[in-house]
Design a protein around this ligand. Structure first.
Ligand code: SAH
Length: 351
C-alpha cells in the first residue's frame, strides 16, 4: 500500500539508492509530518500496542518506590532531576508522581524532564504533567543536580542497522524499490556501514546469519553513564530484548495488535527491534559504572513488591475489579506474557 511517507521514501531511494534499515526506521517513526509517533492514537486498546504503564497504575507505583529508594540512597538531595525517555502518553510519570505523594520531600525535590521528539505526544504528556521541561535529545539535559532516569519501551524505538553474513562477509541490509513494481519497497543488500564494528566479536557467524546494531542506543547509554558517574544518580529502563549477545532478525512492525510486513505501510505501523541489553550494560561498564543489574521484568517487579501491591489494591474491591487487578499482575509478570521477554536494566553511580 502506498502511504504519504512511502512516496517520499521512494523519491529518496530513486535519488540516492537503497537506504539502511536505520534510516528507514528513523523516518518511519519520527518523520516530522508522516512519522508513526506523530499520531496520538498509538497506545492502548484502540491503538496498536499496550505498554506496561498502560496495563496498570501498579507499574508506575513500583517504579516510583524504586526512585524514592534511590533518592534516599543518594542522601535525599534537596534538588534532583527526574528524567523520562520516550514518555508516550505520560502515564508512567503521572503514576510515579502520585506515588511521590507518599514522600513529600522527594516530590518537592524533583524536577521532571521529558526527552521526546514527537510534538503530538508532547501535547498528551503536557495534559498529564504540565510542569515538565521537554528536550529533543540528551544534549540539553541538565547537569547541575543528581539525575534519576527512567524509560519504558524507549530503546526498542531507536533505529537499528541490520547485517547479513554472506560469502564470509557481513553485508548491510538495505531498503530499496521493487524492480517489478516501483510502488513497492523491498529488501536489498549492500556494503556494510561503519556500524558493523558494533557486532559482538564473541560470536562466530555462519553463512546467512543476521546481526543487528543500534548505535543510537549505545551512544545514549554512553552519555548517561558518563553523566551519572560525574554527578551521581540512578537509571532504570524496561524493554523487550535479550541479555546475551545473539544473532537474529528482530525487526518487526505492529499495527492494531498484529504483526505486519515492516516495509508494507511506512509511517502507519510501529517499528521496533529487540534491545541488546548486553551491549547497553557493556557501554555503561566501559565508562566506569560498576553497579549495573539486568533482570527479567517479572522477577524484578515481584522482588520490588508488585504482588503485595496488587493484594493491597484488590482488598475491598468488587469481584470484577479484583479480577482486573489479577489480570494486570499476570500481564506484567507471567513468563508467557511480559514477564520474561521484557527485561530491566538498572545502573547507579555507586562505586
Ligand atoms: N514509555 C511509553 C511510550 C513508549 S513508545 C510507554 O511505555 O507507554 C516510545 C516513545 O519514545 C514515544 O513517546 C516516542 O515518541 C519516543 N521516542 C522514540 N524515539 C525517540 C527518540 N529518538 N528520542 C526521543 N523520544 C523518542
Amino acid at each position: 500500500m502506498t502511504t504519504p511517507l512511502s512516496r517520499l521514501l521512494s523519491q529518496q531511494i530513486h535519488a540516492h539508492g537503497p537506504m539502511t534499515v536505520a534510516d528507514y526506521m528513523a523516518q518511519c517513526l519520527m518523520h516530522p509530518q508522516h512519522g508513526y509517533y506523530q499520531q496520538q492514537r498509538v497506545f492502548g486498546r484502540d491503538g496498536d500496542f499496550i505498554t506496561a504503564p498502560e496495563v496498570s497504575q501498579m507499574f508506575g507505583e513500583i517504579v516510583g518506590l524504586w526512585l524514592i529508594d534511590q533518592w534516599q540512597q543518594l542522601g535525599c538531595p534537596a534538588r534532583c532531576h527526574l528524567i523520562e525517555f520516550g514518555p508516550g502518553r505520560g502515564t508512567l510519570m503521572a503514576d510515579i508522581l502520585k506515588t511521590a505523594n507518599l514522600m513529600p520531600a522527594f516530590k518537592a525535590a524533583v524536577q521532571v524532564h521529558f526527552v521526546e521528539t514527537s510534538q503530538q505526544l508532547r501535547a498528551l504528556q503536557k495534559e498529564k504533567v504540565a510542569t515538565a521541561t521537554w528536550h529533543d535529545d540528551i544534549t540539553s539535559l541538565p547537569d547541575d543536580a543528581p539525575l534519576l532516569i527512567v524509560g519504558n519501551e524507549f530503546f526498542d524505538a531507536l533505529p537499528i542497522h541490520q547485517f547479513i553474513f554472506q560469502n564470509r562477509v557481513w553485508h548491510e541490509r538495505l531498503v530499496g524499490i521493487d524492480p517489478d513494481d516501483d510502488t513497492k519497497l523491498c529488501w536489498h543488500i549492500g556494503p556494510a556501514s561503519a556500524a558493523v564494528s558494533l557486532i559482538s566479536p564473541s560470536l562466530s557467524p555462519s553463512e546467512g546469519d543476521m546481526a543487528e546494531a543500534c548505535p543510537a542506543a549505545l551512544s545514549i547509554m554512553h552519555s548517561l553513564a558518563n553523566q551519572l558517574g560525574a554527578i551521581t544518580g540512578a537509571a532504570l529502563f524496561f524493554d523487550y530484548g535479550y541479555l546475551k549477545p545473539a544473532f537474529g532478525d528482530s525487526f518487526q512492525a505492529l499495527k492494531a495488535h498484529a504483526y505486519v510486513d515492516p516495509l508494507a505501510e511506512p509511517g502507519l505501523a510501529d517499528l521496533t527491534a529487540h534491545v541488546n541489553f548486553h551491549a547497553l550494560a557493556e557501554s555503561a561498564y566501559k565508562v566506569g559504572i560498576s553497579d549495573i543489574s539486568l533482570a527479567e521484568q517479572g522477577q524484578w517487579l515481584m522482588a520490588m513488591g508488585l504482588g503485595q501491591r496488587a493484594q493491597q489494591l484488590a482488598s475491598g474491591k468488587s469481584a470484577t475489579q479484583q479480577q482486573d487487578i489479577l489480570v494486570a499482575l499476570k500481564r506484567l509478570t507471567a513468563p508467557d506474557e511480559m514477564g520474561q521477554l521484557f527485561k530491566t536494566l538498572t545502573f547507579t553511580s555507586k562505586a
